[in-house]
Design a protein around this ligand. Structure first.
Ligand SMILES: Cc1cc2nc3c(=O)[nH]c(=O)nc-3n(C[C@H](O)[C@H](O)[C@H](O)COP(=O)(O)O)c2cc1C
Length: 171
């Protein structure tokens, strides 16, 4: 199978997961890793399976990922899965369902098989800590707890989980 792993990543977290998924995919497939900005939605047509990765931005997939998903040139017979990183420890299934809507809508419109979405924590870039603490209205203590939780993610365990997800859906 020809597999494309494409992603948008500003501080490297989603890229880490993309690399893990591509490494796994390459064990049994012809797999390519490409930054979203290096491809066009038309390029998707050449692959059997496409993984699309995004950081969570204000409770939504990043704008370039949403745009790409809406324009993707893929068709019936192809398969798509998503992956998302976010600083929050975890989100309820219902929220994750909402976050992945842009990909699911594209799949529905084009008859592509949606294969699910992997998600894990990804530490928030330090330059945004002050603004986010303020926005969430957290005390220094609460924020310190949150930072403790997110620091180091995605870690090796997250990468292994991403690989296991890819292995299962590519089987
Ligand atoms: C503008 C912006 C908005 C964000 N909004 C959220 C959010 O709503 N929920 C969340 O859990 N993380 C949010 N984050 C954190 C990122 O999703 C997280 O750190 C992610 O792992 C970054 O991935 P990257 O390194 O691939 O860019 C936001 C980050 C940025 C820069």
């Amino acid at each position: 199978m020809k597999v494309l792993v494409t992603y948008f990543s500003q501080s490297g977290n989603t890229e880490k997961i993309a690399k893990a998924i591509c490494e796994q995919a390459a064990r049994t497939n012809e797999a390519e890793l490409k930054k979203l900005e290096d491809i066009t939605p038309d390029d998707a047509a050449g692959y059997d399976f496409i993984f699309i990765g995004s950081p969570l931005h204000s409770g939504s997939m990043a704008a370039p990922v949403k745009e790409f998903s809406g324009l993707i040139q893929a068709s019936s017979g192809q398969k798509i899965a998503g992956f998302i990183t976010h600083f929050a420890q975890g989100y309820p299934e219902q929220d994750m369902d909402g976050f992945t809507e842009p990909i699911k809508a594209a799949c529905k419109e084009k008859g592509i098989e949606y294969q699910g979405c992997f998600d894990c924590q990804g530490a928030l870039t330090e330059s945004l800590h002050g603004a986010v603490q303020k926005k969430l209205n957290l005390t220094d203590e609460q924020w310190a707890d949150m930072v403790k939780q997110m620091t180091g993610h995605p870690n090796k365990k997250d990468e292994e989980k991403a690989k296991a997800f890819a292995k299962t859906i590519l089987a």
